[in-house]
Design a protein around this ligand. Sequence first.
Ligand code: FES
Length: 138
Amino acid sequence: MDEESRIAAVSEVPEDGSFLFTVRDGFDTEEAILVRLTDGVVAFENYCPHWRDIRLDKGSGATMREDELVCEKHGATFESDSGACTFGPCEGAVLEEVEVAVDDGDVYLTDDRYEFENRGPSGDHDLSSGGRIGFSGQ
Ligand code: FES
């Protein structure tokens, strides 16, 4: 596996919550989350299919109820293994999966659409620096 596509150790992915990371698609970045399953991990893009500007993980782990991810905005629930919405305003929708693979205890990004950018949130949400932008507009 390519070291540049290593996201995290499986052991870093919480059993009750999610591990936030950022991927790059050309000039754009997208956030994604790793979710622990009984037999590995799965990754989804970090937004709710009901309102795409609502993040499931706002930086401290997505809310989990039993084995389901919960969108705190309107309470939609998603199966953690399939991403299928089982309840809520987007019932029937499915979270967009991001392909990852586990090798020797580490999780790697294997999705052809993306390159691994960084662990944690994308700069778009870094409010502490006053709304950082991705280039130095002089
Ligand atoms: S924005 Fe997620 S349920 Fe409405």
